[in-house]
Write a protein that binds this ligand. Structure first.
Ligand code: ATP
Length: 504
């Protein structure tokens, strides 16, 4: 927390947004101690408290509380800090006298060198106060802070020995959790296994994050070898696989920012996101951008902040944003449709992409680029933009190899070249669906699938490319000159559909 700097600089209004009230308060108290400032706190339930003097003044009303604040802000002399808990709940109701009073007090605070800190898990200030408060960053606990929590659990469970590797595994596994969540997860591991088990911790973290509904940890055992075709994209990933290592850092290499993959559904974009985490050897987080947009005012911004905090706490990691256009498509018309929320969240996301220092590699996938705001596609946001087209004959043959093996059969038992020929214009997902169809047919007759089963299933399939011909052509046209081809583009060039260069 950079609170010390703000207090020394004389900021009268500060905001700390976190759900870790106790940890934040402990940190605020320690900063106040070190700067010799007296700390007071108010909440509607406890009233006005000066913890050091143990003086309590019951005062449930926020307006009365502000009067008490003014009383403890002398025009000169000892500098004071007042912490207001959950004050946003009162501001949400847009109470003009309360807003006015707060502005008056900030003026008093400024002239006396005092400070007012609003503490809560979300905060949407009314426009009258937006520029009066500065937000102080408060990150999730790092491995050292989690280490203290772990020590507490070890002590209370009377566990005396913990190997360095287990300790490291437990702490890494708990990154991304709050101190309370980490404490619960460590305690659960002890109750369940009578020891600290990094596997239990990783499992429980995945569950805890999933419950938040914003990000989930994806356990993917996928590698680049599981992707048929997309050679250029795979090569790009291979060349960046070491870029998160300590030696890359020592070399002075900036951590790659991310990748945008556009293409029609079923061509392996999600598969590539999973394989990226596998190739980089990093944990994979999946973000549901649609869920970021919550119902309560100010919730969407808070949701995005929480996602960024989680990803940065777990970093280095891969953050996969599936169908990103669904989240940001409303940002163009946001002013008239949702009071500007989408465009504000979109703006915050772009600034984070541009400025992020923590190694969070973003893999965003999109089916419909027309819904993406142009600023998103500007150079510098992502390291590279790839377009995934329908697989050509050779790529389809590779996909057949992979799909047959994935379903526990030998690809050498089938003529993958002939199967590829029968599946012209099929996506990888459709090729897989054809094989699954053939498996069902064969299973119903208690036998193994034959090439004929597969060819029959293929002839029953109408590929999406037929139904989406116009959209696919538009996507190819759009990507020309803007995005790199993910595959080889051999057969496609002879189709003659990718050579119309569109002006911006
Ligand atoms: P959507 O936009 O609908 O999410 P997508 O482009 O992300 O589609 P995937 O979900 O990655 O497509 O593909 C669906 C499934 O199809 C994959 O899990 C995989 O089984 C198979 N598949 C697709 N493309 C390939 C490929 N190039 N190589 C191997 N398998 C593939």
């Amino acid at each position: 927390m950079n609170l010390t700097t703000y207090l020394l600089a004389g900021y009268p209004g500060l905001v700390v947004i976190t759900s870790e009230e106790a940890r934040a308060e402990a940190e605020i108290a320690s900063v106040c101690d070190s700067l010799n400032r007296r700390l007071h706190a108010w909440s509607s339930s406890e009233g006005f408290i000066c913890p050091k003097e143990r003086r309590v003044n019951p005062c449930p009303d926020p307006l009365d509380a502000l009067q008490l604040v003014e009383d403890v802000f002398p025009p000169e002399g000892e500098k004071q800090v007042v912490l207001l808990r959950d004050f946003q709940l009162h501001l949400d109701q847009s109470d003009p006298p309360l807003i006015r009073r707060l502005k008056d007090i900030l003026r008093v605070a400024k002239s006396g060198g005092h400070a007012l800190i609003l503490l809560g898990c979300r905060l949407k200030l009314p426009p009258e106060l937006e520029h009066e408060f500065a937000q102080v960053g408060f990150n999730l606990p790092d491995a050292n802070q989690l280490g203290l929590v772990l020590d507490g659990i070890l002590q209370s469970a009377d566990i005396k020995r913990l190997s360095a590797a287990t300790r490291e595994g437990a702490l890494q596994g708990a990154l991304g959790l709050t101190t309370t969540e980490a404490e619960n997860v460590f305690a659960l591991s002890v109750v369940e296994t009578k020891k600290i088990d990094p596997k239990v911790i990783a499992r429980e973290k995945a569950r805890t994050l999933k419950r938040s509904g914003l990000v989930e940890v994806v356990e993917a055992s996928t590698g680049l070898a599981d992707i048929g075709g997309l050679d250029q994209l795979k090569q790009w990933l291979v060349r960046r696989a070491g870029a998160f290592s300590a030696s890359a850092k020592a070399y002075g290499l900036p951590a790659p920012k991310g990748l945008l993959i556009v293409g029609i559904p079923g061509t392996g974009k999600s598969l590539t996101a999973k394989a990226t985490a596998g190739a980089f050897g990093l944990p994979l987080l999946r973000l549901d951008m649609g869920r970021v947009f919550g119902g309560i005012v100010g919730q969407s911004e808070a949701n995005l902040r929480s996602v960024i905090q989680t990803a940065e706490a777990i970093a280095p990691c891969v953050l996969w944003i599936d169908e990103i256009e669904k989240g940001f498509s409303g940002s163009k018309s946001s002013g008239s449709t949702d009071g500007g929320t989408s465009s504000r969240v979109f703006g915050s996301f772009l600034s984070w992409m541009q400025e992020k220092e923590k190694p969070v590699f973003v893999v965003a996938t999109a089916n419909d680029v027309s819904k993406l705001p142009p600023e998103f596609l500007r150079k510098g946001r992502f390291d590279e933009m790839f377009f995934v087209d329908l697989p050509d004959a050779q790529e389809r043959s590779q996909i057949w190899d992979i799909v047959i093996a994935r379903h526990g059969r030998k690809s050498t038992d089938f003529d993958c070249v002939a199967l590829s020929r029968a599946c012209e214009n099929f996506t990888g997902a459709e090729i897989e669906a054809v094989f699954v169809d053939a498996l069902h047919e064969a299973f119903a007759e208690s036998r193994e699938p034959t090439e004929k089963d597969i060819l029959d299933a293929a002839s029953r399939t109408v590929p999406l490319a037929k139904l989406m011909d116009a959209q696919i052509k538009a996507l190819r046209q759009w990507s020309t000159g803007r995005a790199r081809e993910a595959g080889k583009a051999t057969e496609r060039q002879t189709r003659g559909t990718r050579h119309v260069i569109q002006a911006n």
